[in-house]
Design a protein around this ligand. Structure first.
Ligand SMILES: *[C@@H]1O[C@H](CO)[C@@H](O)[C@H](O)[C@H]1NC(C)=O
Ligand SMILES: *[C@@H]1O[C@H](CO)[C@@H](O)[C@H](O)[C@H]1NC(C)=O
Length: 425
């Protein structure tokens, strides 16, 4: 019994040292790889108006003539910039885009070696896998820090720009939970409820220069390539919102995900079938601490720029719904829900998401936040009929596995995963 304690102490010191060494190595490695690659050698080659690789039948300029039934005929738009914001159900949306892209044989601008474009570095076209000057892609959708001028250089000029927002208080809570451990500023926050402690006096803990500090303040605005530490009344904030508004044809809202998809279908001339989805990368309810009204108002005050952004696009969203027709929207959302439920019954064992520990196939295992196993996943049903088998598997495949299946090399992400497995972290 006498030796038990020192041995344990030694063990934890050794574990700490190994962990420290591995982490440092990883950080250096990641840093080297993610340092913005300034490439002066890239020639300026103009991007063609439309350079999509697609069958001649599908063209992105809508055919304005009408079907005998009186319904206008249009052809699906296939050139899409999806600006993937953080913690906004965007993994679910990516799955929709991946399937749409495969169906139409579209060319994706993917990142190389990891699943984002070296976030939080600003996007640069040289980060695109196999990029060469003059190259043109149909879809770009992985995490990036938005940079309009660079994005415009890899997609046709008439590409559709889409993004998604979420209520900033809920987003702040989710981000704090998911990324808290990679933000050193949070390490010194004491107490059980670190978020409450942080929000009670954010300035006590927050430092705009702190490593990864953007995860804690106006993360949405930061994702759009803006300065998340501006004063909310700074004219540059309104200016940035106006620019986003001009650039993005559709700004979806997580809280009205199905309605957003219906607006998307309308804007891009897609089929209802293209919108089918299962909720991916969802957090287990029990681990979500519901914000009290008091904390919510503190979170909104702290993330005042994101709150401005959200309110602005909430307005434009509902104006779009009005233009679409409220009754028509209710009808279409009901149909989408009915068809999603049908698919769930066909594809999912038990009909719903389960804890990570209950997922049988590793290829169905979602990526987990550091130190947690709170993200739920699915078991594919056995004996699915032949007509649905492929679609079911694709709809349930988590983002990283799907990226691998489409030929993206994720060695940095995988290495990171193995290290975490070894450390049971
Ligand atoms: C538009 O669609 C109609 C009906 O299918 C077809 O007859 C017509 O040629 C199309 N026009 C163009 C410009 O593609
Ligand atoms: C969003 O807009 C709707 C309709 O105008 C309004 O009822 C709702 O309160 C708004 N929500 C927020 C968070 O501003």
């Amino acid at each position: 019994m006498m030796v038990g304690k020192p041995v344990r102490q030694w063990r934890s010191i050794c574990k700490g040292l190994i962990l420290g060494a591995l982490l440092t190595t990883c950080m250096i490695l990641l840093y080297c790889l993610s340092a913005p690659e300034v490439q002066f050698g890239l020639q300026e080659v103009p991007v063609p108006y439309s350079c999509a690789h697609r069958p001649s039948a599908a063209h992105s300029i809508p055919n304005s003539s009408h079907h005998p039934s009186g319904q206008p005929i249009c052809t699906p738009k296939v050139d899409i910039v999806f600006m993937k914001t953080h913690k906004t159900a965007s993994s679910t949306f990516l799955n929709i885009l991946f399937r749409f892209g495969e169906k139409h044989h579209l060319k994706f601008a993917f990142p190389n070696s990891r699943n984002d474009f070296f976030y939080p570095s600003s996007f640069h076209r040289s980060q695109v896998k196999d990029y060469r000057p003059g190259m043109c892609f149909n879809i770009i959708c992985n995490h990036m820090r938005f940079n309009a001028a660079e994005v415009a250089r890899v997609l046709p000029a008439d590409a559709s720009y889409i993004t998604i927002l979420r209520d900033p208080a809920d987003l702040a809570e989710s981000s704090f939970h998911y990324f808290g451990r990679v933000v050193p500023l949070t390490w010194k926050i004491s107490g059980e409820d670190k978020l409450r402690e942080f929000l009670s006096d954010p300035n006590l803990y927050y430092d705009p220069e702190g490593f990864n500090s953007f995860y804690l303040k106006n993360l949405l605005f930061f994702d759009f390539g803006q300065d998340n530490n501006l004063n909310p009344d700074d004219p540059r904030v309104d200016q940035a919102i106006q620019e986003i508004s001009k650039r993005f044809q559709l700004v979806m809202l997580v809280e009205y995900f199905e309605e957003s998809l219906i607006l998307l279908k309308d804007a891009l001339c897609w089929d209802m079938e293209d919108l089918l989805f299962f909720k991916l990368n969802a957090r287990k309810d029990s681990t979500i601490s519901k914000l009290t009204p008091e904390l919510r108002s503190k979170a909104l005050q702290w993330n005042a720029i994101d709150w401005k952004l959200y309110q602005y696009f909430n307005d434009t969203f509902w104006r779009k719904v009005d233009a679409y027709g409220r009754q028509r929207m209710i009808r279409d959302v009901a149909e989408l829900r009915r068809r999603n439920a049908e698919m769930a019954a066909v594809c999912i064992e038990g009909g719903q998401a389960v804890d990570a520990g209950s997922i049988l196939e590793t290829s169905m295992q979602p990526w987990q936040p550091i130190g947690e196993r709170s993200i739920m996943g699915y078991n594919l049903k056995k004996n699915i009929d032949k007509a649905h088998r492929r679609l079911c598997r694709k709809m349930l495949t988590p983002e990283l596995q799907y990226l691998s299946d489409m030929g993206v090399n994720l060695w940095i992400t995988r290495l990171w995963g193995h290290i975490r497995d070894i450390l049971h972290w």
